[in-house]
Design a protein around this ligand. Sequence first.
Ligand SMILES: [Ca+2]
Ligand SMILES: [Ca+2]
Length: 502
Amino acid sequence: MKKHVALPLVLAVGLSLGVAAPAHATGAAPAPAPADAPAAAAGEDAEPAPLRTVRVTTSAELAAAFKAALPGDRIVLADGEYTMVKLADKAGTAEHPVTVEPATLGGAVITGGQLEVARSSHVVVRGLTFRNGTTLKITASTHVRFTRNDVALRFEPPADPTSSRHWLQISGEGSGHHRIDHNAFHDKTLMGNYVTVYGGATQISQHDRIDHNWFGDSPAQPVNGGEAIRLGVSALSDSSSFAVVEHNLFENTDSDPEIVSIKSDDNTVRYNTVRRSAGAFVARRGDRNVIQGNYFLGEGKPGTGGVRLYGDDQLVYGNYFEGLAGSGYTAALQIDGGDVDGSGSTSAHWRVHRATVVHNTFVDNASSIEVGANYLYPPVDSLVADNLVVGAAGPLFVEHKQPAGVTYSGNVASPTGAATLGIDAAPREVRVVDPLLVRSGGLWRLRPGPAMNTAVGSYPFLVEDLDGQPRDVRPDVGADEVSGAPVTRRPLERDDVGPAAP
Ligand SMILES: [Ca+2]
Ligand SMILES: [Ca+2]
């Protein structure tokens, strides 16, 4: 099953990002990696052959190799423990990157020092095990790839438990085009984010891609500031990031009510799987962000949430929400109120204008769709359409304050047991009917019945369902399309992400 879906995934990602498809993507078996490069995998991971291989066995040799590194160098760390140093002012190219990797995946363990890639381009850091007690930094650089590393930093507990340590921080003027992929970030026990994307004085880093990582096991923290990923910061939240966060798995990331916090414009967060994590993906600040095709699986754990929105023109579609136990800030969907409208502090909660929330599926959540739970100004001019909402608890829709110009249309709801619909809605707004869901592939799916072929909206972006199957000419309500086409996406498991993933 996993092998069956891997190839279409690679193809789809490569095509969607406009990068060249790997040579073996036509179906031929991938060529074996060179014997001395076991950390390098095929496909998307393929890197150009090095011009020179520099083997190091000690921290002193590593430091010397960094200092002398030339474009096309592959610096290979023998198994052992190392103190890391800064890698600065290396102008690699796409054809001749500077690559740092272990002789065997996981065999080189960083126990001291600090990795900072500064003022450099086309640097690849691959397959290292970070167990040191300092943050990782990518500073004023472009095209840095941080891939297949295992990161469990070991900070000394600070005197002030609310002071934070951001594990991997991207920042600096001119930053962009980085890829953070196939890493494991886990066991964060202090304040701070796993991955933080900053920028320069006025512009956030652009076109970064964060994909196929495992974010795991970060316990609750005393105050806000423990996100798995934060895209931006208040001061940069009016600049466009164009980041893509996709195919990541979040498990037990409980260290902030915001698992992914978007604080910039024009980001895409898609195809991620969130399991048993107390928090939500939050469009916290910035506009025109897309939250698409994610699986939020709460398994009834307290505080598990889905998506929370502020700001202008946010688009939420094709997501699947099941077993989420949160409400309010961590409702399955919270189209929240704002505390400023049109102008105000960049750290405020900006009023929602023109949110589009369509073709999502909600099953058995403690609270499914809420409007305006917090702050003063209710959402305006937004669309909630063609969603499928099924549950046996509470009201399925909650309007904490009267929204202005929010249109409901084509939604299907099925309150069972003690559940209620929760709002007065005409059948054209919310049709109350059993959609006849069936359990298959770990999800509640549609089958032929009253929700099939009955969506009322028409959206140019709606080309696939939650399985990656094509939408047909008569789209079904919710995130799933009844289709016989090959399934190319499914909720991610541990084996699908991280350093050892295919
Ligand atoms: Ca259909
Ligand atoms: Ca389907």
